[in-house]
Design a protein around this ligand. Structure first.
Ligand code: GLA
Length: 371
């Protein structure tokens, strides 16, 4: 196995930047007869993120705790074969339509389309072979002091039943302040629907730690979208007076096992929160998570109108990195997105993309420690 390691100081006049970051790449195994690679972007402090071009998957994020000890805060696997075989969407780019489309049907301009009902009776995360299962083209670079990985994938017209040739670019930037910035851009040659997100599973105490029930969460939302028993939204409701009120930082475990129809439908938290009704393209703070033992925090900023909070309800103990077991609720996802089932729900922000337009979204996962 070869490892390419180079510091950008070698590429710039030495006076300009003294090794502010490093990028390495190594083979990660073959999928569909195509080689995949694992890229590691490190900043000056040694904090780093690893991403494979298989599914654009973030496989690790290594950041300090309050004692300065480095730890990996996302769930994942050591080999690409395990991602192919059993990943519950760990760290991937999820698309074309992240989250659910009711009964796998939607219409655009009066024409009906059918997509796979891979989450019976609904469509989930782009279907049988979504963006998480594709090998993306990769380009390494930098944005001044920050290393970048730009991934591209062209999804052919009709792939997984969706109309239009969709050209996608996703750029990951790992900044000096331990933020993972994700910029998405897509264009189409036919009207289509689109909802991209990143599906990282966080445990701020370190992956392989017990549940996230002692993490505290704050969400910048006064409303959420309740769901039916198949996880399809039934409208928009206030969070006030419900276990979904995270307007003040609250322990995730505090209300998760309450007798509540919504928690029952989601088997815990698996709901979209309304950050704003329209996608106005402005970056806003969507959520903040804190973990008491490590002192770590996570701030999520996004341009998207919604964020899905999923409390790892379907995690059932797969063996992950280094053979560590990932039990029920041992991680949480905060998936910035447009609302689930938007193609079928007129009062939700539109998920339609037309030729000549560009879909853009930015989400930032900022990691840090509280003093
Ligand atoms: C999303 C969904 C969940 C589940 C996970 C993957 O968060 O909302 O219901 O499917 O992905 O297991």
């Amino acid at each position: 196995m070869t490892t390419k390691l180079f510091a950008i100081s070698a590429l710039l006049p030495l006076s300009a930047h003294a090794a502010k970051f490093a990028i390495s790449a190594r083979p990660f195994g073959e999928v569909d007869n195509t080689k995949t690679e694992l890229y590691t972007l490190s900043n000056e402090s040694g904090a780093k993120v690893s991403i494979t071009n298989y599914g654009g998957t973030v496989t690790s994020i290594v950041v300090p705790d309050k004692e300065g000890k480095m730890g990996d805060v996302v769930l994942g696997f050591d080999t690409v074969a395990e991602y192919v075989e059993k990943s519950p969407y760990f760290g991937c780019i999820t698309g074309r339509y992240a989250n659910r489309i009711a009964k796998g049907k939607f219409s655009i301009d009066g024409k009906e389309y059918t997509v796979a009902t891979n989450n019976d009776p609904n469509h989930l995360h782009g279907g049988l072979k979504g963006f998480d299962k594709r090998v993306w083209k990769a380009n390494l670079g930098n944005d001044g002091d920050n290393p970048t990985l730009t991934l591209t994938y062209t999804s052919p017209d009709g792939e997984e039943g969706y109309p239009g040739t969709l050209k996608n670019t996703v750029t990951y930037t790992w900044t000096q302040d331990n933020s993972l910035r994700i910029d998405y851009r897509s264009t189409t040659d036919k009207p289509t629907v689109l909802n991209l997100t990143n599906h990282s599973y966080f445990n701020l105490a370190g992956e392989g730690s017990k549940t996230v029930l002692d993490h505290s969460l704050q969400v910048n939302a006064k409303h959420y979208t309740p769901i039916d028993s198949t996880s399809i939204p039934t409208g928009i409701s206030p969070v006030s007076g419900t276990p979904f009120d995270f307007s003040k930082s609250t322990r995730i475990g505090e209300r998760i096992d309450q007798e509540d129809d919504q928690l029952k439908n989601g088997k815990g938290y698996d709901h979209n929160f309304v950050l704003k009704k329209e996608d106005d393209g402005k970056l806003m703070t969507a959520a903040m998570v804190t973990e008491p033992t490590s002192g770590r925090f996570l701030i999520v900023k996004t341009t998207e109108p919604g964020i899905q909070f999923y409390s790892g309800n379907f995690l059932d103990g797969p063996a992950g990195k280094g053979g560590k077991i990932y039990p029920h609720r041992s991680a949480m996802c905060l998936e910035a997105q447009t609302f689930p089932d938007s193609p079928n729900q007129k009062e939700f922000p539109s998920a339609v993309l037309r030729p000549g337009e560009a879909y853009t979204q930015t989400t930032i996962y900022q990691l840090g420690v509280s003093n």
